[in-house]
Design a binder for this molecule. Structure first.
Ligand code: SF4
Length: 234
């Protein structure tokens, strides 16, 4: 039987994430943080105490089963970790990068009361990136219904809503004023955070569900003139 972990027996230091050399990164717009190597992720997963009250879950806005996906990493079952993440999150590779974890899941992590908290965001990013590299996606069978949904804006809220509505079988139209979808993910985050060229292929869940979704330029006629076309809108 595995020995019970305690705050004294887990790795005391948070596993650092490799970064581009400053001399190199001064010459490019690539992402500065390079992400975890599998060995880094395994080590960091050992720092989770699997505490029974799991405050990290209530600290996550979408209630991800954080100890569940971390346990799967520790078991080297990365597909299992991805399956748990995508039960409640469409964008693990993005959320692992841009969520303010220090104020959410990591801010209430039990380990953080004594040491640096478990690097939940880095682990989420690791699994999200692995899913992209491996081509994983969890898209359920979609039974079309007769509801039409209009969504104004293709930023994170619009994308998440479009994907959920498409999965529910709705006929979705997303209106976007700019040339490319993504909103703040594409136009509001500098390249050296989630590099734009990678962003385009990141997180397959909404992109696959996106096949059910039409993009339209939100120019003319004005979007509000088309409101009656839809059963619901965002
Ligand atoms: S609060 Fe921290 S240590 Fe406890 S289950 Fe969540 S991630 Fe693990």
């Amino acid at each position: 039987m595995a020995k019970k972990k305690t705050i004294r027996t887990i790795p005391q230091e948070r596993t650092p994430m490799r970064e581009q050399d400053p001399v190199e990164r001064a010459k490019n717009f690539e992402e500065v943080a390079c992400g975890y190597h599998p060995d880094d992720a395994m080590r960091e997963s050992e720092r989770c105490l699997m505490c029974p009250d799991q405050p990290c879950i209530s600290g996550c806005p979408v209630g991800i089963d954080i100890p569940g996906f971390i346990k799967k990493i520790g078991e080297k079952d990365l597909r299992g970790a991805y399956d748990i993440l995508t039960e409640t999150s469409l964008l693990p590779a993005i959320c692992g990068r841009v969520c303010p974890q220090e104020n959410q899941c990591e801010g209430v992590c039990t380990v953080g009361e004594t040491l640096e908290p478990v690097a939940i965001g880095r682990l989420e990013r690791f699994v999200g990136d692995m899913a992209i590299a491996q081509g994983w996606a969890n898209i359920p069978y979609i039974e079309p219904n007769r509801f039409k949904v209009g969504i104004v804006g293709s930023g994170p809220a619009g994308m998440a809503c479009a994907a959920d509505m498409a999965k529910a079988g709705c006929d979705v139209t997303v209106y976007e004023a700019f040339h490319l979808p993504g909103g703040v993910l594409r136009y509001g985050i500098p390249d050296f955070r989630p590099a734009q060229h990678r962003d385009r292929r990141r997180d397959r869940e909404p992109r696959k569900a996106w096949r059910q979704v039409r993009m339209q330029h939100a120019g003319r006629p004005p979007v509000h003139d088309r409101a009656d076309d839809y059963r619901a809108g965002l």
